[in-house]
Design a protein around this ligand. Structure first.
Ligand code: ADP
Length: 872
């Protein structure tokens, strides 16, 4: 593991002279040298030396000094009660945090209190609810390399554990962006992995996965990546890893990831019981949506910085009732299906829910009361759940039979089998109900956790306690009668225990058997032998009861943990139900239609809408679309703001929705399975540090050209805008031709360059679409409806005229446009390739002779670059 801080130099130098506590600190820092150690001293977590300086700066806490006989050490501390928010800041700054707690009662310690690291908090292995977002999984990834790559993802807060593998770096990168892990550990041989090379180093010495993702990457102990030890560890969890996984690299990745997960639990808990499932998937099982596509289609995040998070596909689809469903919906969106049978099964369920309105609403309302039992049961298994968590689990299980009941009338296979999968877990529910108090406190060591009637010993201890207290309660009355002192009071304080208080004027009436306990200004406090005896009885009973309660509680918790697999299965089913109900709700509310899923390529949409844009404005103009192998490339022209990119994106979004099993915003749709959606939308919004817009754009285009197939959907919007017009047009054209001829993907190509409409005539399976605008008194208005054919290119001129540009200029512009159009048409008529610039200049001449379609993108680029230099 990367050395982040380690033991402070100053302490290591004089190790032998250090006080025992500082030696302990120094040892822990050395042992957990990849992490910043938070060292419990009473109610604070302290840091010393360099770590203190770093913490003081990052956390804006005071830097003080610890002085002892061996010297003076910088020190900074945070209160344990509010540690989580400070830890979050440290994580954001790129640190791992090792929490070293006192693991011994200071009163029992003979020397220095024993301390141990109880957890290591890292971005990818968070389990604290305060640090986690409920709508999304939080993954840590492991990447291993043997013959090929093995890749694994684990969400330690839920136990979700998946693996995949491939020999292609590209595929691995795509899968990484699909899961967007918060953290990754890598094995030997990964150094050369493209994506690390350009990685920047964060302040804590970890790498960031690539440009703009927030993934913390660390090389991890190579021994943990060794296939044999990985296999053995996996075997202890799941048995026979080779049956589940496809390669040694996958075994290595999964094994190392498990070892890392155990390590971050501070080695205290060893085996992580709640990791019950390891699922392998093939990258080919799901539609691929790379990072660029996820962002430009705004699946999860709005493109505009600070944009409304509701204005995303996830936002408009999310009518889920509980966190389980929300995470599942995110997962479905990340992984649209490719198998028509599985998609139809989901669609059947959604369709059925759209018809069973009241049952659907009932199930939704019941699901609102469902807790995040996935994370809850993980806490139970890790021994970190409190009594309230168990009660929450019981409350959730109470809903299960009710949900089954509400589903009494379902008929589709999918919903029937979900209903059957709803395990009511009656024993677990009864156990919690009998054992755990109805509204227990958060603390589990201070009593009131176990319900009366569950344990006879406990009940009798509580009875003794209660009797004693009742005796004391009546003592005041009895003593007043006995002594005749009306102002006599019986009270209790933490230091002195129970006492009888008599004010100074009445002290002469105090009976013989009173012993003085405490003297106050206006009164004296006493006890009697009987009171003392009762007090001891109460205290002993109370202490024993509290201890016994804790013991019983941990027993109950372990028993529940033993059923974690079944609880996880219920959570999974509830999550799926929630998503299906949510999809049906959206479909009903916004008039979506069931898409027909086809095996052969082609997309046909009637009256399609953009699911997000239609919600953000008053009216939306529906548009149809048709792409098929024989008409697979649409060149889309129209002025800016006429609706081109909205149109292209809505086609992609409808396809994605269909493949997650959702109804779609259209009056009808037929979607032939699409294997990936590529986008290149907008020219200026993806600038990564240092790289020019144009380079970014070309990089993405290269990806498209390499990765697309005839089953892909490619969206190109204003490609080539990042460079001078002639170059841009030439590249745009060359690329479009390549996609058309070589890749054969379904493609939408939007441009405001009218010249490119000539492509449709040249390429066999290309056609033109355009967005028109109307000229009215008050200026140009956009109708936002798409039509066949190329747009006429004169809106700009009309706008200019309306704006009062001199008539001579307007006339001249018209003439130029007419000449250009004539040129384009003659090229089309004559069957000759049209030129990129539309004129007959030397560039056009040279371009005509180029066989761009047979070039790799890089060749095309260099050729064009050379061309441009020649011409200059
Ligand atoms: P372009 O890509 O042609 O510049 P956009 O697709 O960005 O245009 O659309 C511009 C604006 O027009 C959008 O922000 C949206 O508000 C509106 N718009 C687009 N398509 C439609 C439509 N079909 N119905 C109603 N308004 C639309």
């Amino acid at each position: 593991m990367e050395r982040a801080l380690g033991a402070p130099e100053k302490m290591r130098e004089r190790y032998e002279d250090l006080t025992p506590m500082m030696r302990q600190y120094c040892d822990l820092c050395g042992r957990y040298d990849g992490s910043l150690v938070l060292f419990q001293v009473g109610d604070f977590y302290e840091t010393f030396c360099e770590a203190a300086e770093v913490s003081a700066r990052l956390l804006e806490i005071t830097l003080t000094k610890r002085e002892d006989s061996t010297g003076s050490y910088p020190m900074a501390g945070i209160p344990i009660d509010s540690a989580e928010s400070y830890i979050e800041t440290l994580l954001d700054a790129g640190f791992r945090v090792a929490v070293a707690d006192q693991v011994q009662d200071p009163e029992e310690a003979s020397g220095v209190v024993e301390r141990a690291v109880t957890r290591i908090v890292t971005p990818g292995t968070l389990t604290e609810d305060e640090l986690l977002r409920s709508e999304d999984n939080n993954y840590v990834a492991a990447l291993a390399r043997e013959e090929e790559y093995g890749l694994a993802f684990l969400d330690v807060s839920t136990g979700d554990f998946v693996a995949t593998g491939s020999s292609s770096e590209e595929t691995i990168r795509d899968e990484i962006s699909r899961f967007a892990p918060a953290e990754a550990i890598v094995g030997p041989g990964i150094e050369g992995f493209d994506g690390f090379d350009s990685a920047e180093r964060s302040s804590a010495g970890s790498q960031t996965w690539s440009g703009d993702s927030d993934c913390m990457v660390t090389p991890y102990d190579p021994a943990k990546f060794e296939v044999e030890s990985a296999r053995a560890l996996l075997d202890s969890y799941f048995g026979a890893p080779e049956k589940r996984l496809a390669s040694d690299a996958e075994i290595a990745a999964c094994g190392a990831l498990l070892a890392y997960a155990e390590y971050t639990r501070g080695g205290q808990e060893g085996h992580l019981d709640y990791l019950n499932h390891l699922t392998r998937y093939e990258p080919r099982e799901y539609m691929l949506l790379d990072r660029v596509a996820l962002r430009s289609l705004e699946l999860f995040e709005p493109r505009a910085v600070g944009g409304d998070a509701g204005n995303t596909l996830l936002g408009v689809l999310d009518e889920t009732a509980c966190a389980l469903g929300r995470r599942k919906l995110t997962d479905w969106l990340r992984r649209p299906l490719l198998d028509p049978v599985r998609i139809d099964a989901r669609l059947d369920a959604v369709e059925e829910w759209t018809t069973l309105v009241s049952a659907r609403e009932e199930v939704h309302d019941l699901l609102i009361d469902v807790y995040d039992v996935e994370r809850l049961i993980a806490r139970v298994s890790r021994g970190r759940a409190n009594a309230r968590d168990l009660r929450a689990l019981k409350d959730t299980l109470d809903r299960v039979p009710e949900i089954r009941e509400a589903m009494a009338d379902v008929e589709s296979d999918t919903l029937c089998s979900l209903r059957e999968d709803l395990d009511e877990l009656g024993e677990v529910r009864d156990l919690i109900d009998r054992a755990i108090a109805e509204s227990p406190p958060i603390e589990v060591t201070e009593g009131d956790v176990i319900a009366p009637g569950y344990d006879a010993d406990l009940d009798s201890l509580r009875e003794t306690e209660r009797e004693g207290k009742a005796w004391i309660d009546s003592l005041e009355r009895r003593e007043r009668e006995r002594t005749g002192i009306d102002s006599l009071k019986v009270g209790f304080n933490q230091v002195h225990g129970y006492y009888i208080e008599v004010t100074n004027p009445n002290l002469d009436q105090v009976p013989e058997n009173y012993t003085r306990r405490q003297t106050l200004k206006n009164s004296e406090r006493f006890y009697t032998p009987e009171l003392k005896e009762r007090e001891d009885e109460i205290i002993t009973a109370e202490e024993r009861a509290d201890d016994l309660e804790y013991e019983i509680f941990t027993d109950v918790r372990s028993e529940v943990a033993g059923e974690s697999e079944r609880v996880q299965a219920v959570a999974e089913t509830l999550a799926t139900l929630d998503v299906l109900v949510s999809l049906a709700t959206v479909a009903a509310k916004y008039g979506y239609a069931r898409p027909e899923i086809a095996d052969e390529p082609g997309i046909e949409i009637e009256g399609g809408r953009h699911p997000v844009v239609e919600r953000t404005q008053e009216s939306f103009v529906p548009n149809g679309a048709r792409l098929a192998p024989e008409e697979r490339l649409a060149v889309l022209t129209g002025p800016n703001m006429s609706g081109k990119s909205t149109y292209m994106r809505q086609i992609a979004l409808i396809t994605i929705l269909a493949q997650i099993g959702s109804f779609v915003p259209a009056s009808g749709a037929r979607v032939g399975i699409v294997d990936r959606v590529f986008t290149r939308v907008g020219a200026s919004d993806d600038i990564a540090g240092g790289r020019s817009t144009f380079m970014v754009e070309m990089g993405e285009l290269a990806t498209i050209l390499r990765g697309a197939s005839e089953r892909s959907l490619v969206l190109l919007d204003e490609v080539g805008r990042g460079t001078s017009t002639a170059d841009g047009l030439a590249i745009a054209r060359a690329i479009t031709e390549y996609v058309h001829d070589e890749v054969g993907a379904l493609t939408l190509f939007a441009t405001h360059h009218h010249e490119l409409t000539a492509l449709a005539a040249d390429l066999e399976s290309a056609f033109n679409l355009h967005f028109a605008a109307t000229q009215a008194e008050e200026g140009v208005t956009f109708r936002h409806d798409v039509s066949r054919g190329a747009a006429t290119a004169s809106y700009g001129i009309e706008v200019a005229r309306a704006a009062g540009v001199p008539e001579r200029v307007v006339e001249r512009s018209r003439a130029l446009v007419a000449a250009e159009e004539a040129d384009t048409e003659s090229a089309t008529d004559g069957g000759e390739p049209a030129t990129a610039s539309g004129g007959d200049g030397p560039l056009a001449e040279r371009l005509r002779s180029l066989d761009v379609a047979n070039m790799t993108p890089i060749e095309a680029l260099t050729t064009l670059d050379r061309l441009k230099r020649d011409l200059d």
